[in-house]
Design a protein. Structure first.
Length: 250
């Protein structure tokens, strides 16, 4: 099966409405526009991180850091980024992130994420995410805007699909491209989740990423995500890539 066929099949799985699926245990909340008070429990992708889960409740606070590195090729530098996420209201969260390459900060990043509501009896949830990136080297500012759709298909299977535009700048629209990030999750147990994340970007930052991943809770407020997959940037072949995200909730 080709990479393109695998990618298309993965995205279709996330947007198909499953009939007869059972809703997982949910958290009551007051999300504006929600058709159900139930919020489906859907994990977050490891690489294309969200600003807290959709449906986050006011006062939720998270600190996490993601580290990634290619295992071959010329760019085998550790890329890592600490970030803080806070839900300022039910269904609305903000993020501040500081990306590094080795020991050098490269960008300043902010994120805003809002939840529209739930449907399918509380088994689906959708929202919107804005990401702004200021590059320290050239002083440029770029933006991304994405629609987010989460689906719960029974007790174990869930998906998160993110679709939108990236590399939007005030100077020119020539580099603007499509972003599609889709992750399929399988709940192995209450503390363990397996995931397969696919990311495709076009435009100036055209990019492919395939990242199988393992999410594991370590105690009540700490968790870790580890992945090993492959990526291809604008030029060059697919190269092996590994990543680790450590999360602390308060």
């Amino acid at each position: 099966m080709s990479i393109r066929a695998l990618f298309c099949a993965s995205v279709v799985l996330g947007v198909v409405v499953a009939t007869g699926a059972d809703a997982q245990s949910a958290i009551p909340t007051s999300i504006p526009g929600a058709t159900s008070a139930a919020i489906p429990a859907i994990p977050e992708p490891m690489i294309f991180d969200m600003v807290r889960p959709l449906g986050a409740r006011r006062g939720e606070l998270e600190v996490n850091a993601l580290a990634q590195v290619n295992l071959s090729g010329p760019g085998r530098h550790v890329e890592w980024a600490p970030e803080v996420e806070y839900a300022v209201a039910d269904g609305f969260a903000v993020e501040i992130e500081l990306p590094f390459t080795k020991s050098r900060p490269t960008d300043y990043k902010i994120g805003l994420q809002g939840t529209f509501g739930t449907f399918r009896g509380g088994r689906s949830i959708h929202g919107v995410q804005y990401l702004g990136l200021h590059n320290r080297r050239d002083g440029g500012w770029s933006s991304s805007l994405l629609y987010l759709l989460g689906n719960r298909f029974g007790e174990r299977l869930s998906t998160m699909t993110m679709v939108g535009a990236g590399d939007v700048t005030l100077k020119s629209t020539k580099g603007t491209g499509l972003i599609v990030n889709h992750t399929t999750f399988w709940d192995v147990g209450p503390d363990t989740v397996l995931g397969f994340e696919v990311n495709r970007q076009t435009g100036a930052s055209r990019y492919w990423l395939l990242m199988p991943q393992l999410h594991r809770a370590i105690g009540q407020k700490v968790s870790a995500q580890i992945g090993a997959g492959t990526e291809r940037s604008a030029t060059g072949p697919f190269r092996p890539r590994v990543g680790l995200r450590v999360i602390r909730e308060f």
